[in-house]
Ligand binder design. Sequence first.
Ligand SMILES: [Zn+2]
Length: 212
Amino acid sequence: MDAVVKPWRKATLSDDLKAAPQVVRPSREEAEAAVRTLIAYTGDDPLREGLIETPKRVVDAYEELYRGYRECPAEVLDRTFNEIGTYDDFVLVRDIAFNSQCEHHMMPFMGKAHIAYKPVDRVVGLSKLARLVDVYGRRLQTQEHMTSQIATAIEEVLNPRGVAVMIEAEHMCMSLRGVEKLGSSTITTQFVGSFRDDPAEQARFMTLVRGG
Ligand SMILES: [Zn+2]
């Protein structure tokens, strides 16, 4: 493939920016059989009419929910534009809706991501930031790891002056089981460069994200 390292990019990208590690993937039939086993474990009959097609549908859903393993975060941010004129403030995309699956329970967590970066010469298409969230969201995740992965990807590929990422999400593993606290939200943040070093810039990000 393309071995040329583009000049604005760091020579070596961290593992988080590459496509996910390849593991030996079971066959589709094996995956469907595993779903039948789980149905039987609930106490129901996987062969009754209403459930007979369920393993197929679950595996179809898995293809969608976990497609991030087959996408490369660095490639998502690959196309950049350098027509930014004299623009020298940060770019913020807020309220990027996402869903992901918690790696401890394989239950959904969903919410919004807010991303800001302060470009140097180059900007990326705004929709690419939303796609980046999806690449990491469509994997087994912790919210903390997802937050830092997004920040690291932007930092390493775009090499901006700073990056700020905030994720707020509700975890179904907390709402529907365990402590059963419906409606609680978890907030994670990661600040890099100017957002970490300049409290005023960080505060402005927080104000804008909070609907200012
Ligand atoms: Zn969980």
